[in-house]
Ligand binder design. Structure first.
Ligand code: PMP
Length: 323
């Protein structure tokens, strides 16, 4: 790590997958100094392999690095790491419907030092794993559990960074959700009128009766999802009004009850877009059981997935060829 905050990166190589050696006193093991990214590479019909908005992932990794006092990684090195890994492991990239190669770049503090301070030695790596079609064909709305007992991240904390610690903090809430028959957990800002933040691993969108779209504003506590920003763009391309603003749990409940809110969906790299079925708040359910996915939800979903998989034209220059 050099004093500019940009890593003096060296020793780049592709190596066989396997355990990595870490000193038992490595900073990552004790103070959670770790950040990561999640992205997918899709094989297009002509055999070429592309990833989606890699520049945005590189920029987010570097924002996370600043917050976690880790060195930044130049975008060219980030892209090169993806290219080399994917080129070395091409047989792992599936080409079936909705299938992809999930890419997980991450950076960890490897310096052995027990005092609490940023590590001066770090390691950046990328691992990859074939990923099936998230829904295995049919897209089904998922039920969401309202987390009243746990917050994910507070203001000024690390919520806007993609840092492992945020996910450690959401595990207990996820268990609680599953114990109540829900697939994902919804985090609220309990100190701000129960403003809707995000799900454990996805951002949230609301479609109103007049066709306008709302997503919670970036408050510093939620992750700036790349799928989120792409949906904002695609919505505006369609001439829809898309607003980033505070939306509270009460507005959600009342909006669904009155029919003012017609669709709710979640989005992220893994599932692209997931319709939200019911919201469960303790013993109360918001929304109807067995409702079909919303029309706009499914239409934006197929446009976005189409761009990623190369069957819809990429008019925004969002795709980067890896091999
Ligand atoms: N919020 C959280 C907490 C997440 O983990 C993710 C997944 N990275 C998202 C939102 C969605 O982000 P993206 O669209 O970049 O995958």
């Amino acid at each position: 790590v050099d004093p500019s905050g940009v890593g003096g990166w060296h020793d780049a190589r592709v190596e066989p997958y396997g355990p990595i050696a870490l000193d038992p006193a490595a900073g990552v093991l004790h103070y959670g100094q770790e950040i990561f990214e999640g992205m997918k590479a899709y094989r297009h019909a002509d055999g070429s392999v592309w990833t989606f908005r890699a520049d945005a992932n590189a920029a987010r990794l570097n924002r996370s690095a600043i917050r976690l006092a880790l060195p930044q990684l130049p975008e060219e090195l980030f892209l090169e790491s993806l290219r080399q890994l994917v080129a070395a492991d091409q047989e792992w990239i599936p080409s079936g419907d909705g299938e992809s190669l999930y890419l997980r770049p991450f950076m960890i503090a490897t310096e052995a030092f027990l005092g609490v301070r940023p590590a001066r030695e770090v390691s950046y790596r990328v691992i990859a794993s074939p990923a099936g079609n998230y829904f295995g064909g049919e897209v089904k709305p998922v039920d969401i559990w309202v987390s009243r007992n746990y917050a994910r991240a507070g203001r000024g904390g690390t919520g806007a960074a993609k840092a492992g610690g945020n996910y450690a903090s959401s595990l207990a809430a996820q268990l609680e959700a599953e114990a109540h028959g829900c697939k994902q957990v919804l985090f609220l800002d309990q100190f701000n009128d129960n403003a809707v933040e995000e799900l454990g691993g996805m951002n949230v969108f609301f479609v109103f009766r007049d066709g306008s779209i709302v997503t919670p504003a970036l408050s510093g506590t939620i992750l700036e999802g790349i799928t989120r920003s792409s949906i904002i763009q695609l919505g505006r391309d369609r001439g829809l009004e898309v607003t980033e603003r505070k939306i509270t749990l009460d507005e959600w409940r009342d909006g669904v009850a009155s029919g003012e809110i017609t669709e709710v969906f979640a989005c992220g790299t893994a599932a692209v877009i997931t319709p939200i079925g019911r919201l469960r708040d303790g013993d109360e359910f918001i929304g109807a059981e067995g409702a079909a996915p919303g029309e706009l939800t499914m239409s934006i979903r197929s446009e976005l997935l189409g761009i990623q998989t190369g069957v819809v034209e990429d008019t925004h220059g969002w795709l980067t060829r890896l091999v």
